[in-house]
Ligand binder design. Structure first.
Ligand code: PCA
Length: 225
């Protein structure tokens, strides 16, 4: 059986959010594994996927070094970093990380509006390495509301995403990317946010589709623009 190592990161606590999906979903994935979604005709077969969940502090100086330590230990094939986006109505699949971060430091949560590079020597942006088209089609067949996003912001999420893709660009064969979750909303209206169960199903779909793409890369699975 082919073995896959997957790391799914999130943030342990973000502002005053009571149920943080980016903390809960990685944990659920580590505990439950990849339960196929109902009616999933494309369940992964013949693969043994181990998921390692990582909770990071919302800190420019600590988040990436902590994730990097786990990557060096686990040697993953796929890395999915996640965060919470208050304004997202559904799951936001992030297309690209930009080389821009807010100039405020960790102790200074008051933004001045000034921007500096994440890595002064790095390119302007990196594209995600996750198969977004394939993930989106899985979402749509399972009724999971989602959007493509071209802006992961200038705060800790984008910096982590940028550093992750910079690291990925130096690896032999690793897929990685970033998924933003909306707030958890258990009401049926779905005007803002999604139930946690649906966000966990979305996380499982992201990992399944990425593992399948890792096994069998196809050009049509990558959606860049
Ligand atoms: N969202 C913040 C940081 C942590 C999180 O979950 C961001 O968008 O950068």
């Amino acid at each position: 059986m082919e073995k896959f190592n997957v790391v799914v990161s999130g943030f342990d606590r973000y502002e005053d959010v009571e149920v943080n999906p980016s903390y809960e979903v990685p944990r659920a994935l580590e505990n439950q594994g990849l339960m196929p979604l109902s009616g999933d005709d494309g369940a992964l077969e013949g693969v043994d996927v181990t998921i390692t969940a990582v909770s990071l502090p919302v800190s420019f100086s600590q988040a990436w070094p902590m994730l990097r330590q786990v990557l060096d230990r686990v040697h993953p094939n796929v890395v999915v970093a996640t965060g919470l986006k208050h304004a997202a109505r559904g799951i936001a699949l992030e297309r690209c990380a930009t080389n821009l971060r807010d100039a405020s430091n960790d102790e200074h949560d008051q933004s001045t509006g000034d921007l500096i590079p994440v890595r002064p020597d790095g390119p302007a942006a990196y594209w995600t390495r996750l198969p977004l088209r394939s993930i989106l089609s899985d979402f749509s067949s399972h009724g999971i509301p989602a959007t493509l996003s071209s802006d992961a912001g200038t705060y800790v999420c984008n910096s982590l995403f940028y550093n992750l893709l910079n690291w990925t660009s130096q690896q032999e064969h690793v897929l990685s990317g970033f998924v933003s979750f909306p707030l958890v909303n258990e009401s049926a209206s779905h005007e803002y946010g999604l139930p946690l169960k649906q966000q966990i199903a979305a996380g499982q779909a992201v990992v399944s589709r990425s593992v399948r793409y890792f096994q069998e890369p196809t050009a049509s699975d990558i959606l860049l623009v």
